[in-house]
Write a protein that binds this ligand. Sequence first.
Ligand SMILES: C[S@@+](CC[C@H](N)C(=O)[O-])C[C@H]1O[C@@H](n2cnc3c(N)ncnc32)[C@H](O)[C@@H]1O
Length: 330
Amino acid sequence: MNNKIHSVISDFEQEEELVAWLKKRFLDQKFIYIQQWAKYYYDAVDRRSKFVKWAYENDDFYYSFIEKHITKWEKIAIISLWCGDWRQEKETLRKLHQDWHSIDYFWVDYSQGMLDLAIKNLKDIPGKKEFIYADLTTKKFRQEVDMRTKWYDRRIFAFMGYTFASKNQTELWDSLFNLLWPEDYVWIDFCVRTEVSKKKDFEIFKRFEQFYLYEEDKLKSNLAPLELLNIPKDSWTLRMKVVNEDFTGSMLMIYYFAFDKSVTVSLRWDTIHIWEWQELYLMEMRIYSIEWFKKFLENHWFVNIDSYVEKTWEEIDKWQVLYKIGNKNN
Ligand SMILES: C[S@@+](CC[C@H](N)C(=O)[O-])C[C@H]1O[C@@H](n2cnc3c(N)ncnc32)[C@H](O)[C@@H]1O
């Protein structure tokens, strides 16, 4: 039973999806972490965490959420969405296993490479472990997780490491809403602006520009889709632009490849021509404003159960929240 990966997608489907996104010149961020690029991502994180405080350093709050909102007799399933190598929840789970005996964990990721890293990381953690290789926005994933968690009293969907900020927000929250049962919790951390001002936004921009465009490890870890598609390195430059996303109240940073040479890509049954004037979107990153995002969630029928703000960097705080779904009019 231990270390079983339930595959809801196949490598073949993953490649087909990559082609479909490439045609739109808009790559979903999920293609960045597949295969060996999973390890490259954490090499960049490790290097970075020597210099700045990373998302996972304080796990006390995660633990206290459980203590405060769950009673010990409940049989709980914690479903870690976009788990990556799962380092950020490791210590929390270790503590939970010392004090609670009725918690089982499920790890979900779109990258088989990430699930392999998570399995290694979890070697010394006791308890039932199941891994789901899936895209969480799909109906197939919903069916899989419902079937595997049917007999639990409560499910907690954990979404940690600021990670969901790089996904289209309406797709993500609509998918989450449809995934949750009324008793479920969703347990998330966000990067939020300490203050909304041009000066602070510029500081955030500089921080993200430095990390994503100029740090070699990070750059290497972002090239998965281009290398999978055999796109030559001398045909593009990685750039970044910033806009305000009004409906989430966030500063939205968009990373894209600007082509200065034409390239032809052949994959599966498709041939795709990228012209030298085109842009290929790689990923997005958001820094939220608490008040606006609360409104966004309320209007998507998410109800706040608890929250906590912690200092991260000078211009960014970490906002940790527990939500459930509910009709705001009831
Ligand atoms: C930035 S990494 C963060 C991982 C981890 N939460 C952390 O903080 O270390 C994002 C992870 O989400 C996964 N992911 C992205 N989109 C996904 C999707 N639609 N469904 C499932 N996993 C996804 C990626 O494969 C990757 O492992």
